[in-house]
Design a protein around this ligand. Structure first.
Ligand SMILES: *Cc1c(COP(=O)(O)O)cnc(C)c1O
Length: 963
């Protein structure tokens, strides 16, 4: 040990790489030896087609330490200037209760979970999402709500599509949008309408009376803060058999008559101001509520109440079969990843404050607004609103001076409407902020006194709310919103739900196609830095230089990684990326006069979002066959491309394929499509098998989305948030989404937006930034290699016990592999579902079930899982195989064995008279690991069919739990 090493060597720049990657060098050697490969490079050569291997390292710089990276990012973040925001427009400063900040937003127990596909080990977040739905139902007065959508603007676009689906007015193709809806909402909806081929009128609200429409969108209160009668307009829409959607605000609805009372069919909006920081645009949860009769057409995920095997109440995602396949081209929408973590935060905010707390917060906001209004009126300033809740729009003759004074004071007003100024109040503002605003509007010496104004407003019992619109109905009456008001109880409530959920901080979640890798703490820390968390998305870009630098840097890195030329950060999920990418393709064709090109080829193995997005982009889907080996049938592709050449728009293809193999013919596939004038959309969900080894741009595709919440370490949050930026080749770059409020780069103003915020959920981009900075080129490449190594190791070990469905060259798989359980089901009666549930008894989350092939499990270990965990999973799968043997041999009857009864709960084993064909010990401690680190599912197997037949999507009464 007396060897002398240099200081640089002692510094160990690779420290993070070694922590991110689970297996150490010796373990990697062992795994390679098992596979018969001499090195990682050798394994890659055996696995990845030679003609797509990158010759050079990525140029991304050296790996960095955590300390250096966070210091670097802090310095960038400090270039953001956090002004006091009165901008409004759907984004408001809020106080995140600290107990929620630390125990939900900053807690891996909550943020590392996946979408609750396995409800028996997800009852915590399912409960919280049900609370969210209940809160939305209560505040909107409507009967059913979903568990979140991506943002307010896309929720409005979903509402338009929903109106078209459900409206009985089949002859109208017209959707009406009031021109006092938030501009970003109008823009996103109009963009979507164009693709669907709907006609749109954007005009003053009462002009709807002149039209026969299938749907209409109004905002209540409107974008300038006003509240006016809508019933006549809604009635007119109903008379023409159309549906009315109200974009609305949950805090305002604590004070105002509900959308249901006004006769609306749908209410949408953002739950951001319920404790979720603005984060320069997101992530936040949008909501969508409607009438019970439309429940089967609702977009997005819905949490429903069902029963478990014992007849006890249990929650799960309702209509999950629809959800898992997003019903391909018959889809209601393409929403897959939503905003679960943020919906949970908003729900907890409502639990924390309760109805009285929310009422007080809302009344206080209304009061601050009224005080400001009264001051303006005293000075003879013309206020544009008749009524208000939190927003005032007023005429200012000294507009320029006022804006200058505001800037000097570090205050942002809303300034985007000619001739007027607007301010929106929120729960963080105080009486002294109102006084400061008077100084800004009138200059010093205006003589207005806020407490005197308050006395006046009080004594005259003045309010901005229209008297006949004041809410009289109750809300949040369920005990869950009226119980946990001490911090001790709140903390324990959050923890009690967390305990019901299996997340990455318990064991591996090997969900194929989802890339559940490490979400390192260092990557998460910057998300809640105030420099990033507290910026309004429409703050002047000059105040957002930190964000702009970070986003530009991340874009440059992603350009390098993908081999593309430009990136758009706007899409908030993979599916939205698909939509944005197809939109760019469509506009590109149109720019060349090819308006007729509308056919999208999609292989039969594609993820359900692909055809759903194609349909949203106004394209016709033609399915391309796969051959027996799971690869695209080239002959079929060639003949279809040729036959449809005239109208061919593009192909959507996933690489490596959703079958978990690197297709040899990928370059040929791209060439064939290009030859017939089509574009290639490469679904980038499987980027974790490409980074540093190959790239979509290098392979020859034109556009891809990247699921930053898969490959680039954004945690899945229990089903969102996500980010789905798209990379494009140069020829598509002019067609990337722009934004109506904030101009992006040099893009054409005619390019519509796909999200409410210009850079999507910018607040979680630091996670991916930190990941790439920490890993550098060498670390990223190694991560890909080890992901492939782990998957192949697992495939090899499991192949002795289960058939591996598809392999590529040299019998290798990519970063995931499919275990075929169909033969075992035929021989034993045990299904993939039984195996999935039995894994819970062993302490594991099941792999992806029945995607992309029914009756299979798709396993993706990722590079982050240490070898010991990979081995434990393999052992569990082997032990389960032996259990299936016992059923096959008739040792256990098919209706009494540990597989069909899985998962086992504490109730099972404490109930008197255990008389099953197997022991309690085998039931709950089937392995050493299960004994040492037991995870208890809190309910027995859930009856999906019962829940779908009896769809209940609100909080059941406490008594019904006791039944
Ligand atoms: C995850 C995934 C998507 C959808 O991404 P979201 O972010 O959930 O919208 C699309 N395609 C494939 C292959 C995926 O695995």
């Amino acid at each position: 040990m007396s060897e002398h090493v240099s200081l640089t060597q002692l510094e160990n720049r690779d420290d993070f790489i070694q922590r991110h990657i689970g297996p150490d060098v010796a373990e990697q050697q062992h795994m390679l030896a098992t596979l018969g490969a001499t090195s990682l490079d050798d394994l890659i050569k055996q696995t990845v087609p030679e003609n797509i291997l990158l010759a050079d390292d990525l140029s991304l710089g050296e790996p960095q330490t955590e300390v250096a990276t966070l210091a670097w990012l802090k310095q960038i973040a400090s270039q953001n200037k956090i002004n006091k925001s009165y901008i409004g427009l759907g984004y408001y400063p809020t106080h995140t209760p600290n107990v929620i900040l630390r125990n939900v937003l900053e807690n891996p127990g909550w943020y590392t979970a996946y979408t609750p596909y396995q409800p028996e080990i997800a009852q915590g977040r399912l409960q919280s999402l049900l609370n969210y739905q209940q809160m939305v139902i209560d505040l909107t007065g409507l009967e059913i709500a979903n568990a979140s959508l991506l943002d307010e603007a896309t929720a409005a676009a979903e509402a338009m599509a929903f109106a078209k689906r459900t409206s009985k007015n089949k002859k109208s193709n017209l959707f009406f949008i009031a021109n006092d809806v938030h501009p970003q909402t109008i823009n996103v909806v109009v963009t979507r309408a164009e693709l669907f081929g709907f006609d749109v009128v954007v005009a003053p609200a009462d002009e709807v009376l002149q039209h026969d429409v299938f749907g209409a969108l109004f905002q209540y209160p409107n974008t300038q803060g006003d509240i006016y009668p809508l019933e006549k307009l809604i009635e007119h829409v109903a008379n023409s058999k159309g549906l009315t959607t109200l974009a609305t605000d949950l805090l305002a609805l604590t004070q105002l008559k509900t959308p249901a009372e006004l006769g609306a069919d749908v209410a949408i909006g953002s739950a951001q101001r319920l404790g979720v920081p603005m984060c320069y645009g997101g992530p936040h949860a949008a909501f969508f509520a409607t009438k019970d009769k439309f429940k089967r057409s609702l977009p997005g995920r819905i949490i429903g109440v069902s029963k478990d095997k014992r007849g006890n109440l249990a929650l799960r995602m309702a209509l999950q079969t629809r959800e898992q396949h997003i019903r391909r081209e018959k889809a209601n929408s393409n929403i897959c990843t939503a905003q679960v973590l943020l919906a949970n935060m908003a729900a907890f905010y409502a639990v924390y404050h309760g109805p009285k707390g929310l009422d007080r917060i809302a009344k206080r906001i209304e009061r601050l607004t009224s005080l400001f209004a009264t001051g303006l009126a005293h000075k003879g300033i013309e206020i544009k609103n008749q009524h208000w809740f939190d927003t005032l729009t007023f005429v200012s003759e000294q507009r320029a001076q006022v804006i200058a004074r505001a800037e000097k004071a570090g205050v942002n007003l809303r300034t985007d409407i000619e001739g007027v100024l607007a301010v929106s109040f929120d729960e963080t503002k105080t009486a002294s902020d109102v006084a400061e605003l008077f100084d800004i509007v009138f200059g010093e010496g205006h003589g207005l006194d806020v407490s005197a104004l308050d006395k006046l407003v009080c004594s005259q019992s003045k309010s901005g709310l229209p008297a006949d619109y004041v809410r009289s109905s109750d809300y949040l009456t369920h005990p869950v919103f009226n119980t946990h008001h001490s911090e001790t109880e709140m903390l324990r409530y959050i923890k009690s739900l967390e305990n019901k959920d299996l997340s990455l901080n318990h064991s591996m979640i090997s969900l194929g196609s989802c890339t559940m890798k490490l979400n390192a703490t260092a990557e998460m820390i910057p998300v809640t830095w105030p420099e990033f968390a507290e910026l309004h998305p429409f703050a002047p870009v000059s105040q957002a230089q930190g964000y702009q630098r970070m986003i530009r840097q991340l874009s440059d890195w992603l350009v390098e990684i993908t081999g593309y030329d430009a990136i758009s950060m706007q899409p908030n999920s993979g599916a939205q990326g698909e939509y944005a990418g197809l939109l760019a393709i469509r506009k590109y064709h149109e720019s060349r006069g090819d308006h007729h090109r509308n056919i999208c080829l999609i292989p039969s193995s594609a993820h359900g979002t692909n055809p759903a997005s194609a349909q949203m982009a106004g394209m016709k889907v033609v399915v391309v066959a796969c051959d027996q080996k799971g690869n695209i049938d080239l002959a079929d592709l060639r003949s279809k491309a040729q036959e449809l050449a005239e109208n061919l728009s593009c192909i959507m293809i996933t690489y490596p394929s959703t079958h978990g193999v690197y297709e040899q013919t990928i370059r040929e596939i791209c060439d064939i499509v290009h030859q017939y004038g089509g574009q290639v959309y490469m679904d980038g969900a499987n980027m974790n098998a490409q980074v540093g080894v190959t790239s979509p741009g290098f392979i020859g595709s034109d556009v891809s989305h990247l699921n930053l919440h898969k490959t680039f370490c954004i945690p899945h949050g229990g089903g969102g948030p996500g980010m789905g930026p798209i990379g494009v080749k140069e020829h598509l770059a002019p067609f990337l989404p722009n934004h109506p409020v904030v101009q992006i780069d040099q893009l054409d103003v005619a390019n519509g937006a796909v999200s409410a915020a210009p850079w999507g959920s910018a607040g979680i981009l630091p996670i991916s930034w930190v990941y790439i900075a920490l890993m550098g080129a060498s670390g990223l490449r190694k991560a890909t290699q080890v992901a492939i190594l782990s998957a192949n190791y697992m495939a090899k070990k499991l192949a002795e016990h289960y058939p591996i469905l598809y392999t590529g060259q040299n019998g290798r798989v990519a970063h995931e592999c499919i275990i075929d359980l169909r033969p075992l089901k035929a021989s034993s009666g045990i299904s993939e579902m039984d195996v999935a549930k039995r894994l819970m008894d062993y302490g594991f989350h099941a792999p992806t079930m029945s995607f992309p092939v029914a009756g299979t499990l798709m396993v993706e270990p990722t590079e982050s899982e240490p070898l010991c965990e990979v081995e434990r999973f393999i052992e569990a799968m082997i032990a389960i195989r032996k259990e299936i043997d016992q059923v096959e041999k008739g040792v256990w009857p098919l209706d009494d064995n540990p597989l069909v009864n899985a998962p086992h709960t504490l109730v099972d084993i404490t109930e008197a008279g255990w008389n099953r064909a197997y022991s309690i010990e085998l039931a709950v401690f089937p392995s050493e690991q299960a004994r040492a680190n037991k995870f208890w599912p809190t309910v027995n197997r859930i009856d999906d069919v019962y829940g779908d037949r009896n769809l209940i999507c609100s909080c059941p009464s406490v008594e019904s739990y006791a039944e």
